[in-house]
Design a binder for this molecule. Structure first.
Ligand SMILES: [Zn+2]
Ligand SMILES: [Zn+2]
Length: 322
């Protein structure tokens, strides 16, 4: 594997940027790790452009797609899990945190149970029927960009993932998804952060009817959890690699502290959808409205669990400050 200094993201690791058909994100980073053999962290979304970019990105380092021995997928989102089946068919094993693998199967299942549950959940929280239908259509359309994977090898929190001769620790970091996991390579101090800690944008934290009880509470706890690790280099899935994990964690904790105050102030007498539209004033699609509503609900639930708001019994659910 030939690696110039400019391409090296961390010792033995290069970043390959894959295009995304998502205006807000544009690119996802996957990381190629050189060891006794080749490993990959995250798999990109499956579009023709992304697949071509993956093959070209590997080839630029003298690696064929068939040379990837194993791929760790941090979480079930389509920009991370989408091409896992393509890599599997080329010979890679696909590895995920055990409960995230199970949730991935449900999320992309043809039965659409989670889509129906989300439709009902959003309706309960005041979304308009048009936007709710847009959410359903966008989710169904996304399924065509996510490969089927025959076999996912699972690993538990605290287990290891083989980076071709050196072991990285799998660390459960709930919040962005319920069972999101990062990889920490202790030998080099490298954190493969997935969408848990991003340098310039904040990860979407959403509450759904099937979520863990308090995803934002989970996220704040798991930010503190990774800050305890002796990290020297953070490799995020979106944006540039960076070094100051502690500084970024503090910014994110502060962002959510302020956001909670704003939601608390806005909450009384309103449903979550109205609050979301006041918080996020530039929503460009049903897709973005859906994430805004789920994020607002995550903040409301955290305020509820910390005894600052209560929901009423009506439909749509309205909130009031305690
Ligand atoms: Zn994600
Ligand atoms: Zn992502």
């Amino acid at each position: 594997m030939h690696v110039s200094g400019a391409q090296r993201a961390a010792p033995g690791v290069v970043r390959i940027e894959l295009p995304l058909p998502i205006p807000a994100l544009k690119v996802v980073n996957v990381y190629l790790v050189d060891g006794q053999d080749r490993s990959l962290v995250d798999a990109g979304i499956h579009t023709a452009e992304a697949e071509a970019a993956l093959h070209a990105g590997l080839a630029a380092h003298g690696v064929r797609t068939e040379d990837v021995a194993r791929t760790f997928v941090t979480h079930l989102h389509p920009d991370h899990f989408g091409m896992a089946g393509t890599l599997e068919r080329a010979g890679s094993s696909i590895v995920m945190h055990r409960p995230e693998a199970e949730r991935a199967r449900k999320t992309w299942a043809k039965d659409g149970h989670l889509i129906d549950a989300t439709h009902e959940w959003f309706d309960l929280h005041g979304i308009t029927p048009e936007v709710n239908e847009g959410m359903r259509e966008a989710w169904i359309a996304m399924r065509s960009r996510v490969d089927e994977v025959a076999r996912i090898a699972v690993v538990d929190d605290g287990g290891t993932f083989d980076l071709g001769g050196r072991n990285a620790r799998v660390v459960w970091t709930p919040g962005h998804t319920d069972f999101h996991a990062v990889l920490f390579d202790e030998d080099t101090g490298t954190l493969f952060a997935g969408d848990h800690v991003l340098p310039t944008i904040t990860s979407n934290i959403g509450l759904y009817s099937f979520s863990r009880d308090d995803p934002l509470g989970d996220f704040l706890s798991s930010l503190r959890r990774v800050r305890e690790l002796p990290v020297r280099r953070v490799l995020p899935a979106h944006g540039e690699p960076f070094d100051d994990l502690g500084g970024r964690v503090d910014e994110l904790l502060e962002h959510h502290r302020l956001r909670l105050d704003v939601v608390l102030e806005l909450s009384t007498g309103l449903d979550a959808y109205v609050i979301a539209k006041r918080l996020f004033t530039r929503l460009r699609s049903a897709h973005e409205e859906r994430f805004a509503l789920a994020e607002t609900l995550a903040h409301l639930r955290h305020l509820e669990r910390t005894a600052r708001v209560v929901p009423d019994e009506g439909r749509p659910v309205r909130w009031r400050a305690v």
